[in-house]
Design a protein around this ligand. Structure first.
Ligand code: C2E
Ligand code: CA
Ligand code: CA
Length: 703
């Protein structure tokens, strides 16, 4: 039974055998030739044995007859051969089919292996190539890393890298060292970096970098101060560049830090110099105007402000007589008061020279501005002590209101300036608000300047002459030429009014030259009429006296007309000379060397008249009318006058008393041995005809 089962199993196994070779491969089937042969032989053998045992039995059962049996047995032999042959054929064919499949499979594998092998060869080539490229790029990476390290080491620059995703903020060691920190002293996080930024800039810096991160483009740049270990802050320029994800999320920003402290200091200094006045530290004209323009630009409908223009009275004199250094000290002193008194949002500026400007923002009314300015004036008018001397300065202040007096800076400045001029000329107060009436006055001024320009051509000028008398002999020794302007509409205009105008506008050069020539021609005319030895005294304006061209002008005219230098006298004032004493002395020396006489006019009205008596090459001193006015009115005045005369005589100079109006004054002066005099007591300045009448007399006769 078991044998039968085995055979059944074998047959089942064999019939189960898949035609597919994979079946065997999966079962890890190993072909064993001996086993296979034994298997076939056993099947054959079993079949043979069964046939022998069973076939005879069956045949003998069904074929009882021996002859038939013999025939059947013979056919049975043939059947046996046929069956066993078929059995062997089937068994061998099945096994060989399997072998064929196995061999086919192997050939297939071989083909595949060959293909793969070829591919592997190609891949190997590629890999070799890639390997070479990798080596090359490793080399260049090493070189560029080296180069980068050298550059970072060499430059005063640090590297920073903010890995936003991982919250790491990295500083290069070099930068940490630069700021004086050890490697581990600064943690690698954002807060550690923020902590080092100057508190004043912290917020701005964070805002700026956040702005940059949300901008998602371009380079990042920021300037701020970072604290070094010793507590000192350094200005740094931080530059960098960011990377964002496709969705725009920042991943990292990295860049460099450069110490720009020295640059920044120099830059700030340049900025300061460009915007502030180096002497007074106040905003200069440019910056002041920029600030005002900005306010005008941002003005709303109900905004208002007051623009104040201020100048120091007689600053020119202070500068001229006490020197520029003292003038500078005064300007600094004034500025320090302005800086102290004027607080934000109001501000002051120095527009140039002795001109200052103040802006008061949104004042309630004019009264408020006046009160504020008066408070400042109280301080400004306190005695100013310089070189142990006390000075009392006064100021002229003009105010223009925005928007009533103008909507542009230039109009406001012009109107504040007009108001200030008004103070100078008319007002006893120190300050004045601009009014339309002032504008009219200003227009008149401009008109007058225009008229003055054409006055020479139109022959509107003429000279009058005031006799100068020898107080001892009453002889007429000479005349002072004084200009008159006969304006076609306004009539006679006093030189006290238009000479300053001519000086302001530069017209004095033409007018002065005209006066001198006219006076010389007059003297020549008188000489030709037979009146010799009449001294002609001509006033020389302050602006001309320091000009070298003056000497040429004067000498040429005298030569051209043909007069004796000794009979010509020039009247100069102390304040005119002070502008540039050395230049004036040079000019006067040349003229004096020619023989021309020099008279110091208005003596006693300046700051240090006596000093200049010795310094200047003068021949004559003309004592100002104000000293003569005081005669017999106050004893002190008499003493002063007497001493001036004495002093002048001691210096071997001649004295002329100006503005003698009374006999009392005359008597006093005669008594004190004053050499010469002029004044209404003798004669007012008169036309040449009147002088000619006097010239006919040998001696002056008082009425
Ligand atoms: P100054 O040189 O001191 O001239 C004297 C002034 O005093 C003259 O005024 C004259 O008329 C006036 N005067 C003379 N005696 C008396 C008197 O007894 N009482 C009074 N109250 N006044 C008297 P004027 O002519 O009006 O000239 C004023 C000033 O104008 C001159 O003062 C001088 O500084 C300037 N000036 C006049 N003519 C010329 C000129 O041709 N060139 C320049 N550069 N300045 C001139
Ligand atoms: Ca004079
Ligand atoms: Ca005078």
């Amino acid at each position: 039974m078991t044998v039968f089962n085995k055979i059944k199993g074998y047959v089942r196994n064999n019939s189960n055998m898949k035609n597919d070779i994979n079946y065997y491969l999966n079962k890890n089937y190993k072909i064993n030739p001996l086993t296979e042969s034994i298997r076939i032989s056993i099947i054959y053998g079993v079949a043979g044995v069964l046939w022998i045992v069973l076939s005879d039995e069956i045949v003998s059962k069904f074929v009882p007859n021996f002859t038939d049996y013999k025939i059947v047995a013979m056919y049975k032999g043939w059947v046996y051969v046929a069956i066993t042959t078929a059995l062997i054929l089937v068994l061998i064919e099945r096994r060989l089919k399997l072998f064929k499949k196995a061999v086919d499979k192997i050939y297939n594998y071989l083909d595949e292996i060959n293909e793969v092998n070829e591919e592997l060869l190609v891949l190997e080539d590629e890999l070799r190539e890639q390997n070479e490229q990798l080596k090359e790029s490793q080399n260049s990476l090493a070189i560029s890393e080296q180069r980068y390290e050298l550059a970072v080491e060499g430059a005063d620059c640090g590297i920073w890298d903010w890995d936003i995703e991982n919250g790491v903020y990295f500083f290069s060691d070099k930068w940490k060292n630069y700021l004086g920190y050890e490697k581990n002293e600064i943690s690698n996080n954002f807060d550690a970096w923020v902590y080092l930024i100057h508190p004043d800039e912290r917020e701005d810096v964070i805002e700026k970098i956040n702005e940059y991160l949300s901008s998602r483009e371009g380079p990042y740049e920021s300037i701020y101060r970072m604290k070094s270990k010793n507590g000192e802050y350094r200005w740094i320029l931080s530059k960098g560049k960011g990377i964002w994800t496709k969705e725009g999320r920042p991943i990292r920003v990295a860049g460099s830090h450069t110490d720009i402290t020295e640059h920044k200091i120099a830059d700030d200094r340049l900025n300061f110099l460009a915007r502030y006045d180096s002497l007074t530290k106040l905003p200069n004209r440019l910056y002041f105007e920029e600030k005002v323009n900005e306010i005008i630009y941002n003005c709303s409908e109900d905004s208002r402000f007051s623009l104040v223009y201020m100048d120091v009275d007689n600053f020119k004199n202070i500068n001229d007589t006490l020197g520029h250094e003292t003038g500078d000290i005064l300007l600094k002193y004034i500025s320090s008061i302005l800086i102290e008194e004027i607080k934000e949002p109001n501000f002051a500026g120095r527009l140039g020279g002795d001109e200052f400007a103040i802006l008061f923002k949104n004042p309630e009314n004019k009264r408020e501005v006046r009160i504020k300015l008066n408070n400042i004036l109280v301080k400004l008018k306190e005695p100013w002590v310089c070189n142990k001397h006390k000075f009392f300065n006064s100021y002229s202040i003009g105010i223009a209101q925005y928007p009533e007096n103008g909507c542009t800076l230039s109009t406001l400045l012009k109107n504040a300036d007009i108001a200030m001029y008004n103070v100078k000329k008319n007002s006893k107060d120190n300050l004045c608000f601009y009014t339309e009436a002032m504008q009219e006055k200003e227009l008149k001024y401009v008109e007058l300047v225009n008229d003055l320009r054409s006055a020479i051509e139109k022959e509107e000028f003429k000279l009058v002459y005031q006799p100068i008398i020898n107080l001892n002999t009453f002889e007429l020794i000479g005349v002072e030429a004084l200009i008159r302007w006969n304006h076609p509409i306004q009539g006679i205009i006093s030189p006290r009014e238009f000479i300053p105008l001519a000086e302001e506008t530069g017209l004095i050069f033409y007018i002065g030259s005209w006066v001198f020539k006219a006076a010389m021609l007059q003297k020549k005319e008188w000489e030709e009429m037979g009146y010799h030895n009449i001294q002609m005294s001509v006033n020389i304006s302050g602006s001309r006296i320091t000009r070298k061209s003056l000497t040429e002008d004067i000498i040429n005219i005298i030569n051209e007309v043909g007069l004796k230098f000794e009979e010509i006298q020039l009247e100069i004032t102390e304040t005119a000379v002070m502008k540039d004493v050395d230049a004036a002395i040079e000019v006067l020396n040349v003229l004096k060397a020619k023989g021309i006489k020099i008279a110091l006019d208005d003596f006693g009205t300046g700051y240090s008249s006596i000093t200049y008596l010795k310094k200047l090459p003068i021949d004559v001193v003309k004592i100002d009318k104000s000293f003569i006015d005081g005669v017999s009115q106050s004893k002190e005045d008499n003493i002063i006058l007497e001493n001036i005369i004495k002093l002048t005589h001691d210096l071997k100079l001649k004295v002329v008393a100006e503005g003698i109006e009374t006999k009392e004054q005359l008597e006093f002066l005669k008594d004190k041995k004053c050499n010469y005099g002029q004044g209404y007591l003798f004669k007012k300045p008169v036309d040449k005809e009147e002088i000619e009448k006097l010239l006919m007399l040998s001696q002056f006769v008082l009425n």
